[in-house]
Design a protein around this ligand. Structure first.
Ligand SMILES: *[C@@H]1O[C@H](CO)[C@@H](O)[C@H](O)[C@H]1NC(C)=O
Ligand SMILES: *[C@@H]1O[C@H](CO)[C@@H](O)[C@H](O)[C@H]1NC(C)=O
Ligand SMILES: *[C@@H]1O[C@H](CO)[C@@H](O)[C@H](O)[C@H]1NC(C)=O
Length: 288
């Protein structure tokens, strides 16, 4: 009896290690939406017992976090990374009592979600306007790219890295697409037309560090969670033919990062810690 259950156990463990399918990842990411809509974290599954949950770069719990608030979900989009066994989900709540734009990276181990990094933006965060986010995001095409036109994971990531690097190094060559549009908090650098540009108002002297990537080459998407001069941030990119097509940013100006804000250069520095310093950094950038 013992022998039988042991072999079943090892059999299941072996299966779990290589069953990171798009279907399984999508089911897990869909359950995140169900949990957020209901304000019930227990609907998120499957999760490990030792789940690590970070919200805006700080350790938190599912119960104390954003998932315990029921939100009207007006828009959602997943990226599924079967190579790393991870997902990224963008959620927009624009028509409920309180507006939110949320980003979730979920990392799987042996068939269950073992780690979540959440970014939560709302009123007071960088250029925040969920109505604007919903408006522009729902007009963009982040659909599946035909196999013969797909970029490799390396190319998709390199485009994102070039964009993130130019904030501190003006010699970096960024593969700007034409058109290309940036959606930041709710502000848009274009109007959805053929002349939209992304290479406007790029600041200098800011380091985008601690980058964590979730890549779905089937849709040319990469989400990069990062520290924007100490500020919790998500930068998501859609890459087409090796070039940037869309950029979505969420920057948590209202968060107090544990290391304090104000680590960048410009007007923002020296303005003290946390939100004040963070706001100064972003303002001094002249974005968008
Ligand atoms: C993987 O396999 C395990 C064990 O069979 C199963 O419980 C789990 O739901 C599967 N899904 C994913 C995403 O790994
Ligand atoms: C938010 O975005 C909507 C849709 O783009 C726009 O009509 C509205 O004026 C914006 N609100 C603010 C405060 O900018
Ligand atoms: C800046 O970017 C250029 C071009 O990619 C590179 O050669 C150079 O080493 C970079 N400088 C620093 C300080 O990283």
């Amino acid at each position: 009896m013992l022998r039988v259950s042991m072999s079943l156990l090892f059999g299941a463990a072996a299966l779990a290690a290589d069953n990171c399918t798009r279907e399984a990842l999508k089911a897990g990411a869909d359950s995140l939406i169900a949990a957020q809509a209901a304000g019930d974290p227990s609907l998120l599954k499957p999760v490990t017992e030792s789940l690590i949950y970070n919200e805006n770069q700080k350790p938190a719990t599912l119960k104390s976090g954003i998932l315990s608030q029921a939100l009207r979900i007006d828009h959602s989009r997943h990226s599924l990374d079967t190579t790393q066994c991870a997902t990224y989900t963008e959620l927009i709540s624009a028509t409920g009592p309180k507006q939110y734009v949320l980003g979730f990276q979920m990392w799987w181990t042996a068939g269950s979600i073992a780690k979540i990094d959440a970014i939560t933006t709302s009123t007071g965060d960088w250029a925040f306007n969920a109505t604007g986010t919903l408006n522009w995001a729902s007009k963009e095409n982040w659909g599946t790219i035909p196999e013969d036109k797909r970029d490799s994971r390396a190319v998709v990531q390199a485009a994102a890295d070039a964009y993130c690097d130019i904030f501190s190094n003006k010699s970096v060559v960024v593969p700007w697409g034409h058109p290309c549009a940036r959606l930041e908090g709710g502000a848009y650098t274009g109007n959805g037309g053929p002349n939209d540009k992304c290479d406007v108002g790029i600041p200098s002297g800011v380091s985008l560090t601690n980058r964590r990537y979730v890549i779905d080459e089937t849709v040319g998407a990469v989400d990069v969670m990062l520290s924007f001069a100490g500020i919790p941030d998500s930068h998501e990119f859609r890459v087409e033919n090796g070039k940037l097509r869309f950029v979505h940013t969420m920057t948590v100006m209202t968060a107090r990062s544990s290391s304090g804000g104000g680590t960048g250069t410009g007007k923002g520095t020296g303005k003290g810690k946390g939100a004040g310093g963070a706001r100064g950094v972003r303002r001094s950038l002249g974005q968008p």
